[in-house]
Design a protein around this ligand. Sequence first.
Ligand code: HEM
Length: 180
Amino acid sequence: MPSPRANASTLINLFAKYDLSVKDLVALSGSHSIGNGRCFSIVFRLYNQSGTGRPDPTIEPKYRQKLDKLCPLGGDGNVTGDLDFTPHIFDNQYFKDLVNGRGFLNSDETLYTYWKTREYVKRYSEDEEEFFKDFVEGMIKMGDLQSGRPGEIRKNCRVVNGGQPVAVVRERKVLSNYYM
Ligand code: HEM
């Protein structure tokens, strides 16, 4: 998994190594239409973006207040937040959120702030069908990648099979146990 701190230009280069295009990068990032991320993955952008000691200025202020409350400085890094406004529905809300400065991860919001990826984000925010079509293409390309090592189908999509149990906490309530 690439770093949540990564910027769009780094992600473009990383995906290019696997023959995945800029369009694939943006469409596949749309999988963040579902699921959660940990405070651990975003505290740097809330309190010390790029070593400035300041928050990421691209975060919409009301959303930042919400994230500050969820992930206070020195708080529990395992608390999780929604990756988009409709985390249980696979839709193009993720892209609408990015346009509004409400991306959870730095690697999400950067897709809107960087000029090479911005047009795709805008287009998908306006045209859900196009997002679905490009997502399917990207998933097929990604699924065809060969690592040279045997893969596995995970019993729990969050963790490799046979890992150690870790408590998943959501807004300070333990929801379940999983393996990582
Ligand atoms: C573009 C580069 C990507 C980066 C930097 C990235 C990074 C991350 C991070 C940091 C999290 C949250 C993990 C945590 O805080 O514990 C996450 C969650 C997730 N990612 Fe990505 N990811 C990327 C691409 C993808 C792709 C290509 C897919 C699948 C096609 C994907 C599917 C998911 C899903 C479904 C979740 C939610 C998991 C859950 O709720 O447990 N991501 N990603």
